[in-house]
Ligand binder design. Structure first.
Ligand code: AMP
Ligand code: ZN
Length: 469
């Protein structure tokens, strides 16, 4: 399996530190608002990477943080006249809901910055001890970039070029830094802001330190994959490397993966430019599976332009796959019973070739665009070869393959249609009459069907009551 590594600037053979295990850290969102579909891109992309690694037999320890202390959260809290905690809790829950709707699986651990302050103080202290950091007079602690000669290795930036850029940008209040390149690890509190005591001053951590600390705590000092959007390469990930490698004396992450931007009119979709759509807004117009399909129809390192036309194409594409799945589902129930025919055996063998091609695409730096093309080829194959005369066994075989490949992409083929109230009442009435007729098996089946649709039944003295689970 090949993975493009931002660190080396090329595709490399994937070899995890521990056999069959992958330690993976993905920088998560700052929770001060509903997430936009640009933020959704890394979520969907790296969830798919995780699913594929698991399909390849790796046990993936997937960690993704929520940044729950930050200037933007504080500003929003002030604006609404509530606590920063209330804002971050609210939007973290909203974010989790969006993730579930996009079929992005929860991480093994979702650490919160505010819950990891002790670890941050510990890492900063250790950096000071090793002379990689220093406190300034007002209690701000800075990282001493010049003491880490490898600084710039991820973003392929040269320290002197950086220095001249920074000199031009240098702003007032920064003059307590030893060097303009130095960045903040800890900053003093301001009135009305959340703060924690520390050996340097009451204050709060800088953004970069949280990821170094959480990755270390939940995954260890050396990890396999560190991922995020390409805007994080510099300075966030460069700074994470500096902090972690200077503190631990080990290579921090083996593979650095970065997704390209989701654009709108060829400009990055972002809160600050105001050219964004939230996942929630898109969800009002489309099934969010369409959004997922749209994101995966491009390679993760290619910029992707959001447009109605492309969403319409994604909707059609997904429908084509779902219609084929529905056809196979029907045929596997209504087809000819008994073993596959000779001809079907041969065709079933050919279906295996689609799996191989799919794997080839995904092994090549997770080329989901090519992998989706293979799914379309399989759909065409199934539509051609599964007919009224096919056996259930053959339809079932192809259904299994289509289901498996779609599942790796996180695409749900069975459209969950919500039952209408009248339909629920009807099923309950049917169950009641089955019970009267002492057909308890049928009554149980109906109860089970309803349960699968999220409807709970309760037998009471006044009759059967139901509620949504
Ligand atoms: P933020 O909340 O801004 O820190 O962003 C959370 C994640 O979303 C980071 O990995 C960003 O790189 C990523 N991200 C933000 N905007 C976009 C975009 N327009 N396209 C792709 N990724 C983005
Ligand atoms: Zn991070």
């Amino acid at each position: 399996m090949k993975v493009y590594n931002t660190l080396s600037g090329r595709k490399e053979t994937f070899e995890p530190i521990e056999e069959n295990k992958v330690r993976m850290y993905v920088c998560g969102p700052t929770v001060y608002n509903l997430i936009h579909i640009g933020n959704a891109r890394p979520m969907i992309v790296f969830d798919t990477v995780r699913r594929y690694l698991e399909y390849r037999g790796y046990e993936v320890n997937y960690v993704s943080n929520f940044t729950d202390v930050d200037d933007k959260i504080i500003a929003k809290a002030l604006e609404e006249g509530v606590s920063a905690e209330e804002i971050s809790k609210r939007y973290m829950l909203e974010c989790k809901k969006d993730m579930a709707d996009m079929n992005v699986r929860p991480a093994v651990t979702h650490p919160l910055a505010t819950q990891e302050i002790d670890g941050m103080i510990e890492m900063i202290s250790s950096l000071i001890e090793k002379e990689f950091a220093y406190p300034a007079a007002d209690g701000t602690v800075y990282f001493r970039v010049r003491n880490f000669p490898e600084y710039g290795k991820l973003s392929h930036k040269n320290l002197d070029d950086l220095q001249s850029g920074f000199r031009a940008l240098q702003v007032s209040g920064e003059n307590q830094k030893e060097d303009p390149l130095d960045f903040v690890l800890w900053k003093p509190k301001k009135e009305g802001e959340p703060s924690w005591p520390s050996p340097w001053c009451d204050g709060r951590p800088g953004w970069h330190i949280e990821c170094s600390v959480m990755a270390k705590k939940y995954l260890g000092e050396e990890i396999d994959i560190h991922a995020g959007g390409e805007d994080l390469v510099f300075p966030h990930h460069e700074n994470e490397i500096a902090q972690s490698e200077c503190c631990n004396g080990k290579t921090f992450a083996r593979y650095w993966m970065h997704n390209a931007f989701l654009n709108i009119d060829n400009r990055k979709m972002s809160k600050s430019l105001g050219n964004f759509f939230t996942v929630r807004e898109v969800g009002e117009e489309y099934d969010l599976q369409v959004l997922r399909f749209f994101m995966l129809s491009a390679h993760y390192r290619s910029p992707l332009n959001f447009s109605r036309d492309l969403m319409a194409a994604a909707k059609n594409g997904l429908e084509r796959i779902r219609t084929a799945a529905e056809h196979l589902r029907q045929r596997k129930e209504q087809g000819t019973k008994g073993p596959m025919t000779q001809e079907e055996e041969t065709l079933a063998g050919q279906a295996g070739e689609f799996v191989e091609k799919f794997q080839e695409a995904m092994d090549d730096d997770f080329n989901t665009a090519d992998a989706i093309s293979v799914i379309f080829e399989l759909v065409k194959f199934a539509n051609t070869h599964v007919t009224e005369d096919s056996t259930c066994a053959f339809a079932e075989k192809l259904y299994g393959v289509l289901g498996q490949l779609s599942d790796i992409m996180g695409l749900v083929l069975e459209q969950e249609e919500e039952l209408l109230d009248e339909e629920i009442e009807e099923l309950i009435a049917l169950r009641q009459s089955a019970r009267k007729a002492k057909d308890y098996q049928k009554a149980d089946e109906i109860r089970q069907t309803l349960l699968e649709k999220g409807i709970l039944l309760e037998d009471t003295r006044e009759g059967v009551k139901w509620k949504k689970a």
